[in-house]
Write a protein that binds this ligand. Sequence first.
Ligand code: FES
Length: 168
Amino acid sequence: MDVVEGLDVEREIGRVGEILSEYEKKRGVLITTLHRIQEEHGYLPPEVLQNLSRKLGLPLAEIYSVASFYHQFHFTPRGRKIVRVCMGTACHVRGAPKVLERLQEHFKIDVGETTPDLTMTLETVGCVGCCGLAPVVTINEEVVGELTPKKVDDVIEAIERSNGDGKA
Ligand code: FES
């Protein structure tokens, strides 16, 4: 047994191994749990993260640090509709900035913001792979292309109509 000044090194190293594997387990559980929380709430509510911190025995700051590393986690409520305006080259040259401007004006929010009634969150995205339909927006999973000013108004109307029935 290797003992340094009264310290049982092997035992201590063994304990470090235990602690590390316990820590790794918690980290593994943490990411999965964060995904579940976000699926349920649409974002990561602070009170739920506090509870998680207590349950896992991980510092809250660490939970935030891990969650911030992954861009798919959100810390504020999101809209029922996530509207993404494609700002890829094809969409850009075919009028995406005007589409974005119209949506910003109508809903009175900027990119990355959510309407106070949680109707929608406005985002931009790079090419979504439907350049032939440019300019394009996505509404949750749905792609709406070949946008004209009239079609943008139809999109706005559909988003407003969907408020409450969960459909576009
Ligand atoms: S640039 Fe918008 S879909 Fe490709």
